[in-house]
Design a protein. Structure first.
Length: 168
């Protein structure tokens, strides 16, 4: 676990400065999660939507998702999420989770605006995509792999998404 002293030492600031800007360690962790997802959303916003085929958009979407989930930044985010104990809604779902899925849905809806699927199937494909790339990232962390992996898995995800979006 990271301590407040370690955070301030590495940042080269005092604990008072951290408390002033973030309110404490949980505030720092919240900011890291928010920054990570904002960077991811910005990268996904660059997926071409005008004139790009469904297969091209799916490919760009999956590639960007893997670049994010397979990055060292995501490893840090993942570690925070594993130990996240902050605010939950009335159903016990962490606030960050509902906010992330809401933002994810906005990005997805923009990239795949022309794809008409029942809401339930769209949600299932979104969850499948997130589960696949985050699961691959977790596997890479466990393996401590240094060589590029997952080409076949990413291709399978792309083909599956195109097929499911095309077949409706």
């Amino acid at each position: 676990k990271t301590t407040a002293n370690e955070i301030t030492r590495r940042a080269g600031v005092t604990w008072g400065a951290v408390q002033h800007h973030f309110g404490g360690k949980d505030g720092i962790l919240d900011a890291v999660l928010e920054e990570s997802f904002e960077r991811f959303a910005e990268r996904l916003a660059a997926v071409p939507t005008e004139g790009a085929s469904l297969a091209e958009r799916v490919s760009a979407f999956v590639d960007i998702a893997w670049e994010h989930f397979g990055s060292p930044d995501y490893r840090s985010t993942f570690e925070i999420l594993l130990n996240y104990t902050r605010d939950a809604d009335d159903d016990g779902v962490p606030i960050w989770e509902s906010e992330m899925f809401s933002a994810w849905n906005r990005v997805w809806s923009k990239i795949f605006a022309d794809v008409s699927l029942p809401r339930r199937k769209t949600v299932a494909l979104q969850a499948f995509s997130i589960s696949t790339v985050s699961g691959m990232a977790a596997l890479a962390m466990l393996r401590r792999a240094v060589e590029p992996i997952h080409g076949a898995e990413l291709d399978l995800l792309k083909r599956t998404l195109v097929r499911e979006m095309t077949e409706g």
